[in-house]
Write a protein that binds this ligand. Structure first.
Ligand code: PMP
Length: 352
C-alpha cells in the first residue's frame, strides 16, 4: 500500500436501485411516479431565462421555502430545503446526531441511515421489527442519541399510526426525532401536525415520489425555527448553494399546485388496490401498503427467481438480498396499464 493510501477514507456506500434504459421496459424498481410533474412545472422551466444561470441562486432559497411553508400553514423559518431528501437527511444527521449514545432506527428500514451513521461516525443501534414487520414504540423508549423513523417504513410499506409516533416523541424529549415521510402522501397521516407540540421533531419529505420530480432532486425538512436555523448553519458550512435555479422555479410551481399532486396520489392509491388484489389472487402475501409500492412474497417461487425472470422480460422491480426480507419483492405502482402487464407477466411465470 502506498503511504498516501493509508489516509484515504474507505466507505461502503449506499447502493441505489438500477436505472436501466430500454424503450419497452416497465420500470417499477425505484418508486418513481409513472406520471409527469404538474404542467405548472413545465411552464416554469420553459419560462426560465437561460442567461440567469450566470448568477448564483439564492442561498436561502426563499421562494421555494415560502411556497412550501404556505402549503403546510407553517412559517418560513420552519422549512429547510435540500437536494432531495437524501441531502436533507444527511444534513439532519450531521446537525443533530452528535451524542456518544447510539441513535436508533429499525433493523429493516431505508438502507441509507446506517451508511450516513458510519460516514459521520455516529454510533447506532437497530431494534428489530417484529415478525409482522411492525415497529414496537417501546423499543425506542430507552436512552439514545436520537431516533430516525421512516413513516410509512421502507421497504415494508407499513404506516405507523401518529399516536405511536407521539408516544415515541413523549419518551424522547431530550433528543431529536426525525420522521422521514418520503411516502406519506399515499395514505398516511403526516407528523407535521405534531410540530406545535414537539420542538425536537423533524419531519422530512420529498418531491421525488408524490410530486413526480425525482429527476429534479428536491427534499425538505419541517421543524421548529431553532432546528431549521441549526440545519441552515451546517449547510452553509458545507455548501452554500445546494439548490439550483431551475430546481427553485420548478419546485415552487409544484408546491403551489396541490390539486394536481393530490389527483396523482389518488390514482396511485387506486392502482395499488387493484394490483394488491390481483397479486393476492395469485397467492402472494402483500403487506398493507400506505406507499406507492407493494412489498410482496409468494410461497411457491423465491423472490430472487421471480425478480430475475421479470428482469429478463424488461420488467424491473427491487429485490433486497438481506436477511428477513430476501423472499420479498418491492414493486412500485405504475400506471394501470403497466400494472396489468406486470400482473400478466407474473401469472405467466407462475404457470411454468
Ligand atoms: N427516504 C426514503 C424512505 C426513501 O425511500 C427515499 C428514496 N430512495 C429517500 C428518503 C430519498 O429520496 P430523495 O433523495 O429522492 O428525496
Amino acid at each position: 500500500m502506498k503511504a498516501f493510501e493509508q489516509n484515504i477514507r474507505r466507505v461502503t456506500p449506499y447502493v441505489p436501485g438500477d436505472q436501466p434504459d430500454f424503450p419497452d421496459m416497465i420500470k417499477l424498481n425505484t418508486n418513481e411516479s409513472p406520471f409527469p410533474p404538474s404542467p405548472a412545472v413545465k411552464a416554469a422551466l420553459d419560462n426560465l431565462p437561460a442567461d440567469t444561470l450566470r448568477l448564483y441562486p439564492d442561498p436561502d432559497v426563499k421562494k421555494l421555502v415560502h411556497a412550501l411553508a404556505a402549503s403546510y400553514d407553517l412559517r418560513d423559518d420552519q422549512v429547510f430545503v435540500g437536494v432531495g431528501s437524501d441531502d436533507v437527511l444527511a444534513m439532519a444527521f450531521m446537525t443533530f446526531f452528535n451524542s456518544e449514545k447510539p441513535i436508533l432506527f429499525p433493523d429493516i428500514t431505508y438502507s441509507f441511515y446506517d451508511v450516513w451513521a458510519r460516514l459521520f461516525h455516529i454510533p447506532y443501534s437497530c431494534p428489530p421489527l417484529d415478525e409482522n414487520f411492525k415497529i414496537h414504540p417501546e423499543d425506542y423508549f430507552g436512552e439514545n442519541g436520537g431516533v430516525v423513523l421512516a413513516n410509512p417504513n421502507a421497504p415494508t410499506s407499513i404506516f405507523m399510526p401518529l399516536s405511536e409516533i407521539e408516544t415515541i416523541l413523549q419518551h424522547n424529549q431530550d433528543v431529536i426525532v426525525i420522521v422521514d415521510e418520503a411516502y406519506i402522501d399515499f395514505g398516511g397521516v403526516s407528523a407535521v401536525e405534531l410540530l406545535p407540540k414537539y420542538e425536537n421533531l423533524v419531519v422530512v419529505q420529498t418531491f421525488s415520489k408524490s410530486r413526480a420530480m425525482a429527476g429534479m432532486r428536491i427534499g425538505y425538512a419541517m421543524a421548529s425555527p431553532a432546528l431549521i436555523q441549526a440545519m441552515n448553519a451546517v449547510k452553509a458550512s458545507y455548501n452554500s448553494y445546494t439548490m439550483n435555479r431551475p430546481a427553485i422555479e420548478a419546485g415552487t410551481a409544484a408546491a403551489q399546485d396541490t390539486a394536481y399532486f393530490r389527483a396523482c396520489c389518488q390514482k396511485i392509491i387506486e392502482t395499488r388496490a387493484y394490483t394488491a388484489s390481483r397479486l393476492a389472487e395469485m397467492g402472494f402475501t402483500c403487506l398493507d401498503s400506505c406507499t406507492n409500492f407493494l412489498f410482496a412474497s409468494h410461497p411457491a417461487i423465491p423472490a430472487a427467481e421471480l425478480y430475475q425472470k421479470l428482469k429478463e422480460r424488461h420488467i424491473f422491480v427491487r429485490y433486497f438480498n438481506k436477511p428477513r426480507i430476501d423472499n420479498y419483492l418491492r414493486i412500485t405502482i405504475g400506471t394501470d396499464e403497466q400494472m396489468a402487464r406486470f400482473c400478466e407477466a407474473v401469472k405467466e411465470i407462475l404457470s411454468h
